[in-house]
Design a protein around this ligand. Structure first.
Ligand code: DX5
Ligand code: ZN
Length: 219
């Protein structure tokens, strides 16, 4: 059984105390830090850019897991590489307007781990041509754009499909879920095959970050 990795999403953190928040989640046992990049075009919200990622880079040595919910990620990704990203995940939907295979090569050539993700409405089949190019596969369990949404259990079908592919083809592939993850939905996600859990609200709105992270891991 792979150890379950926890990636708090700093979108839910109190940005007025960012340095404190990052230090606290690192001490609380976080494995990665999830950075949600939204451009107001691919998703109906605007979050932050490479500057904020560079700031978090200075605050921690934890891996930075950058989730690009933007159009033309291939154009902007060098800035996230320079900012200190360790893994960069792009969307497969045509609305993100990039050549997916080429972008994934660009990410790996830049020395980062390559991630691919899909929205709840997107069929798993759209990913299949690219599965061999991945270090990380992210199954969205909410429609991207906002934290605090409810978990969509029907997406577990895709997690099972991904787990099957991973078992047969690449056991070191990280299988991540993102959106509405709390101790209850974390348990469901792990049972279906996920080994990396992104959580924003459940961690940053909790009173005890360490206890919440242990609960997400099912400890
Ligand atoms: C949503 C983002 C998620 C979100 C998670 O588009 O990709 O990472 O911030 O937040 P919670 O855990 O609150 O659903
Ligand atoms: Zn995310």
């Amino acid at each position: 059984m792979q150890r379950v990795l926890i990636a708090p999403s700093i979108l839910a953190a109190d940005s007025s105390r960012l340095a404190d928040e990052v230090r606290q989640i690192e001490q609380a046992g976080a494995d990665w830090i999830h950075c949600d990049i939204m451009d107001g075009h691919f998703v109906d919200n605007i979050s932050f850019g490479p500057g904020m990622v560079a700031t978090v880079r200075k605050l921690t040595s934890l891996p930075l897991d950058v989730h690009l919910m933007i159009q033309h990620p291939d154009h902007y990704l060098p800035r996230f590489v320079d900012a200190g990203a360790n893994s960069i995940t792009v969307h497969v939907e045509p609305e993100s307007e990039h050549a997916v295979g080429k972008t994934l090569r660009q990410i790996r050539d830049a020395g980062c781990r390559a991630g691919l993700t899909l929205n709840p409405a997107t069929p798993f089949e759209l990913l299949e041509p690219f599965l061999g190019q991945l270090d990380l596969l992210l199954i969205m369990t909410v429609h991207p754009g906002f934290g605090g949404q409810s978990f969509r259990a029907e997406q577990m079908e895709k997690v099972r499909q991904a787990k099957n592919w991973k078992t047969k083809n690449n056991p070191s592939l990280d299988l991540e879920v993102d959106g509405g993850i709390n101790p209850e939905t974390a348990k469901i996600s792990i049972e279906n095959g996920a080994n990396v859990l992104v959580a924003g609200t459940s961690i940053f709105k909790s009173k005890d970050y360490a206890a919440e992270i242990r609960a997400l891991r099912g400890e």
